[in-house]
Design a binder for this molecule. Structure first.
Ligand code: SF4
Ligand code: SF4
Ligand code: FES
Length: 273
């Protein structure tokens, strides 16, 4: 039996006390502080269920009454990306983070922090809207008139469908942006508009460029990615692909869009002569 399996079996046997060290912040622009909570953790608990216990019992380990910790979650099955946070130094979804793996023993400590590349709204809840703005920037949609029936869409081969299905699994969780050394938290709107867009929107541009109908906006998407903050700002560190919970081939998408942007630049150059 592996060491993890042994620890997991041990953890499953009884409720244990785990120290939750949580980075807290009362609101945008407010200073942050650490608070520790001692949580009775039953077998098979996940981080969210422990946060729910803390919300119902907002008293720190040293007996001080405090406010309930705030976080965001929705699907609870690693589909929406809302519960993403930094757990023991690594960005991931908290709903799928099992305590039996992360803190199997009585007296273990687990550390929770909000993602650092997004503005904090409160405690572990961050504002991911800059990622959704980036999807608008690269026109990540298929432009169709939905006011009347257009009949069946274009046929897609199994190979293309397999490639695009994988790309479509992106849940805009932000893990790839959190891990990227080129992606920064910009509070200034003007600086944000020209700062690196990150791997997820680049990969979504590829998803829609490779759709037969979506391809009509290909030149617009490439234009957005050829400018400041676009594809050329990627330093190819490949952290993004390592942390993506959906195992999306982000570096392959970056290379594909990089090649398409080069062709587009040549096309424009020769067209203008
Ligand atoms: S390859 Fe590196 S620089 Fe480029 S998006 Fe991924 S993590 Fe960021
Ligand atoms: S590409 Fe992966 S890590 Fe990045 S936002 Fe999408 S699902 Fe999350
Ligand atoms: S709550 Fe949706 S991914 Fe965790």
């Amino acid at each position: 039996m592996s060491a993890i399996a042994t620890e997991t079996t041990k953890a499953a046997e009884s409720t244990r006390t785990v120290h939750f060290r949580i980075k807290r912040c009362d609101g945008p622009g407010k200073p942050s502080r650490w608070e520790v909570f001692d949580v009775p953790v039953p077998a098979h608990a996940n981080v969210i269920s422990c946060l729910q216990w803390i919300a119902a019992n907002p008293t720190t380990a040293d007996g001080k009454a405090t406010t309930p910790v705030v976080w965001e979650s929705s699907c609870l099955e690693e589909v929406c990306g809302a519960c993403t946070m930094v757990i023991n130094g690594k960005v991931r979804q908290s709903c799928s983070c099992l305590m039996d793996e992360y803190a199997p023993n009585d007296g273990d400590t687990i550390t929770l922090e909000p993602m650092s590349k997004f503005p904090v709204i409160r405690d572990l809840w961050v504002d991911r809207s800059r990622m959704f703005d980036a999807l608008k920037r690269v026109r990540a949609w298929v432009p169709i008139d939905g006011t009347y029936s257009l009949g069946p869409g274009p046929m897609e081969g199994p190979k293309e469908s397999e490639t695009r299905y994988k790309l479509s699994e992106c849940m805009t969780c932000g893990c790839c942006l959190e891990a990227c050394p080129q992606y920064h938290l910009e509070t200034d709107e003007a600086a944000w508009a020209t700062s690196f867009i990150g791997a997820a929107p680049i990969s979504q541009a590829r998803l829609f460029n490779e759709h037969e109908t979506g391809a009509v906006l290909k030149a617009d998407r490439l234009e957005a990615l050829m400018g400041p903050g676009g594809i050329n700002d990627c330093g190819n560190a490949q952290n993004c692909v390592q942390v993506c919970p959906k195992e999306i081939p982000l570096t392959e998408s970056i290379a594909t869009i990089g090649r398409a942007a080069t062709f587009e630049a040549f096309r424009r150059f020769f067209q203008s002569r």
